[in-house]
Ligand binder design. Sequence first.
Ligand code: SF4
Length: 297
Amino acid sequence: MIRIDVDEQSGFCTGVIKAVNAAENHLVGNNELCSLGELVHNPEEVKRLKGRGLNPVTYEEFDRLKNTTVLIRAHGEPPETYRKGKEKNIRFIDATCPIVKKLQKQIRDCYTALRGKEGSILIFGKSSHPEIRALLGQTDGNAIVARDPGELAALELKSPVFLFSQTTMNLREYDFFHESLRNRMSELGLDPEGDLHIYDTVCRQVSSREKYLEDFVSRYNLVLFVSGKESSNGKALYKVCREINKNTHFISSPGESDAYPLEGIVSIGICGATSTPRWLLSDVKARLRERINITGR
Ligand code: SF4
């Protein structure tokens, strides 16, 4: 009989749990609720929440809303969203993750302190990610966003340089990025020892999972990593798993597990991102069990 284990540490992080709870609590006494953007980067969970009455709206749709309640997801929003909401009599249920809120404040304080002086605020992250949109908003769009050390050569950096990371980035890639930034500053004749301020803002709920997952995936013949395709945390953690166990595969739904042959497999590990619901991990396990029962393995 093939052993199948679901990683106990996988599943929503506290920020996502808080946002999902906020939505579900509101929907107990109300038929529907709008969220600004999808609550979580996981299509299966978005579908489940839609069934309960949570409707994600785009920024264009939000601009047309008034006199209603809107949920702000864990990634947070820029100050402009709160200003618009006030003008349109929108009540916000603010589910911004406290860790993201703290990062927003650090960046805002840094920007305020820099006003009228020379210096650069650099954010290591993915420019299209909603958390980055909210972080950039703390600087009126004046921070620089980069995720690839190769981009540093084209950036106009002014000392002092303040470096932050999007919370869901890979810790090792952040380390590599700030080493590259140090070198770039030296090339430009800037002083990285005195003028580079690095903020440790990768969320530990992501980075501690990296170490845990490295150990988890090393124990199985086959690993199925379950995540929405758009989840940055999912992509980062999948990469970590894949480096340790080459027979790790990225799937987004139980049906996608069918693509992986079970011949010769004695153990399967199922794990996922901070945006993957626990029920989905259990569904993948149930699907595999069904397959195994049919083939009698
Ligand atoms: S990954 Fe960390 S910072 Fe981001 S929402 Fe989850 S708990 Fe908050």
